[in-house]
Design a protein around this ligand. Structure first.
Ligand code: NAD
Length: 530
């Protein structure tokens, strides 16, 4: 019976006649033995009959809790269909309803009141974690503070690690640092699952996180820790505090940066020109915007630009308008891009004034790329680069259809949320998601497989180049700036190899570099089967 209850070992109706005898399963299962393929088909029939994406999310979660191999087989073989259900955009709604749809706990909830015994808690985890995705729930997608309900994000990300890059589920640990929430609605919600208190902050918060990082490293030596959906004021600080001490990265800052840079490289294959000649205007000045800008600056420098020139080619617009030098009260992470310039209050005027070749939306302001914005970009550029990266779909700056329609089909477009192909002027465009799910699974796999002691910007640069390199001519022809999602395991393997190569070259890896790096990486990848 224990076997049927263990999701890592359970095969359900696929236990063979021999296994039913050997493991004392007789009587617990109906007579007919199904193959895994039949189970996959049955799962899909059930799933497709459900009326809403949230119900599909719940059904997939329940399968995940019953039978991991089957869950991951379903995800791997139908990634286009399933990724939007287990991750963005559906996971956003799932987090908003987390208290209501909660069934079985997954991962670890570590509360502010667990100070002093976090090591003991982590010691309860029955597996040897190699990869932790941790959040404190303060900035979930573009949805704000969802407190402990943000746990859907680490769970979803780790599912993608196993499905897209073959990191074994046994090595994955989702963690919610429940430090409270400042979301009044949740504090008054009878079904809120987290601590009913305001967030701890300042030294108490930092000491709590520090105890967690120290305990995680002691309990799981060599573990890679991915920070996920922390608010600005914590995200930058935590990354800078730990990045040179241990193996950590922040996907919202660094993963997003690599996927956006790869998209820019692809766009330039169509539009012509060099990165170093682009002017990039961001809507948003947070983790994604400054993370992308920093990596774009590094890539421009690699093309020969001076640091000052490269920085000056990146501009930020936040809720108060263009980020300029004389504006009082700028937060630290914006200062690098606060250029000498007269204030500009709105995005459209910023476009008309600065004449960017690319606009990148990462402000979580739905509809902010208005027809006027898109038309202005099309007036200024022959092939305007338009990335509407905010998630979930309700926060997208524009839809794919709007991007093509208002630029006369000339936009080089990438989106944060999935969109169907668009017919415009006799041509079919296939927009693809500029989603960091192209990047983080491969980066994590490469870091784990090489036993890297750090995750560096050079690794994200290598990941961006690799991703862009894997975009083929057919993709480009149909307006896709990223490879097709069903190629994700091939993409992740190549990114992992590129990341591992950096780790070996820089002396960050554990052990000797294998002769056949890509073969070695592939041999490490979990392939769900019985
Ligand atoms: P963040 O909170 O760090 O930054 C948001 C920024 O938007 C802030 O600088 C804020 O000042 C600015 N802003 C708010 N209102 C504005 C307005 N009206 N006009 C202009 N700027 C405004 O968040 P983040 O991590 O940078 O993420 C932002 C968005 O990008 C989210 O929707 C997130 O889901 C999305 N994102 C997508 C991907 C992807 O892979 N596609 C990756 C990371 C983030």
């Amino acid at each position: 019976m224990a076997l049927l209850r263990d999701p890592l070992l359970n095969k359900g109706t696929a236990f063979t006649e021999e296994e039913r005898d050997a493991f004392g399963l007789r009587g617990f299962l109906p007579a007919h033995v199904l193959s895994m393929q039949e189970q996959v088909e049955r799962t899909l029939i059930n799933l497709r009959s459900l009326p809403s994406d949230l119900e599909k999310y719940i059904a997939l979660n329940a399968l995940h809790d019953r039978n991991e191999a089957l869950f991951f087989r379903v995800v791997c073989d139908n990634i286009d269909e399933i990724q939007p259900l287990i991750y963005t955009p559906t996971v956003g709604l799932a987090c908003q309803r987390f208290g209501l749809i909660f069934q079985r706990p997954r991962g670890m909830f570590i509360g502010a009141n667990d100070r002093g015994r976090i090591g003991e808690l982590l010691g309860n985890w029955p597996y040897q974690a190699k990869l932790i995705v941790v959040t404190d729930g303060e900035r979930i997608l573009g949805l704000g503070d969802l407190g402990a309900h943000g746990m859907g994000i680490p769970v979803g990300k780790l599912s993608l690690y196993s499905a897209c890059a073959g990191v074994h589920p046994e090595h994955c640990l989702p963690v919610m640092l429940d430090v409270g929430t400042n979301n009044e609605e949740l504090l008054n919600d009878p079904y809120y699952i987290g601590l009913r208190q305001k967030r701890i902050s300042g030294a108490a918060y930092d000491e709590f996180v520090d105890e967690f990082i120290t305990a995680a490293r002691e309990t799981f030596p060599g573990v890679l820790i991915q920070f996920e959906d922390f608010a600005n004021h914590s995200a930058f600080r935590l990354l800078h505090k730990y990045r040179d001490k241990t193996s950590v990265f922040n996907d919202d800052i660094q993963g997003t940066a690599a996927v956006a840079l790869a998209g820019l490289f692809s766009a330039l294959r169509v539009g012509g020109g060099k990165l170093v000649d682009q002017t990039v205007l961001f809507l948003g000045a947070g983790e994604a915007a400054t993370g992308i800008a920093d990596l774009v600056v590094s890539a421009m420098r690699a093309e020969g630009a001076s640091e000052a020139d490269a920085i000056r080619r990146n501009w930020l617009v936040d809720s108060r308008g263009l980020v300029v030098k004389d504006r009082p009260g700028l937060t630290e992470h914006k200062l690098r891009y606060a250029h000498e310039h007269a204030p500009i209050g709105d995005f459209l005027t910023a476009i008309e004034t600065l004449k960017p070749t690319a606009i990148i939306g990462v402000a979580a302001v739905g509809g902010a790329f208005t027809p006027e914005v898109l038309q202005a970009m099309a007036r200024i550029n022959q092939r305007p680069i338009v990335f509407a990266l905010s998630n979930p779909t309700s926060k997208a700056e524009c839809s794919a259809e709007e991007a093509y329609r208002h630029t006369g089909g000339r936009a080089l477009f990438a989106c944060g949320s999935p969109y169907d192909p668009v017919e415009f002027d006799g041509k079919t465009f296939v927009p693809r998601q500029g989603n960091n799910s192209y990047i983080f699974p491969g980066v994590g796999l490469g870091a784990i497989a090489s036993g890297s002691r750090r995750v560096t910007d050079e690794m994200f640069m290598a990941a961006a180049h690799t991703l862009a390199y894997l975009v083929n001519d057919d993709d480009i022809e149909q307006g896709s700036l990223y490879p097709a999602l069903p190629r994700i395991r091939e993409v992740s393997a190549h990114i992992a190899a590129a990341v591992a190569e950096v780790a070996y070259k820089r002396g960050l890896a554990t052990g000797q570099a294998p002769n056949d790096l890509i073969g070695y990486i592939e041999s490490q990848m979990y392939d769900p089967h019985y």
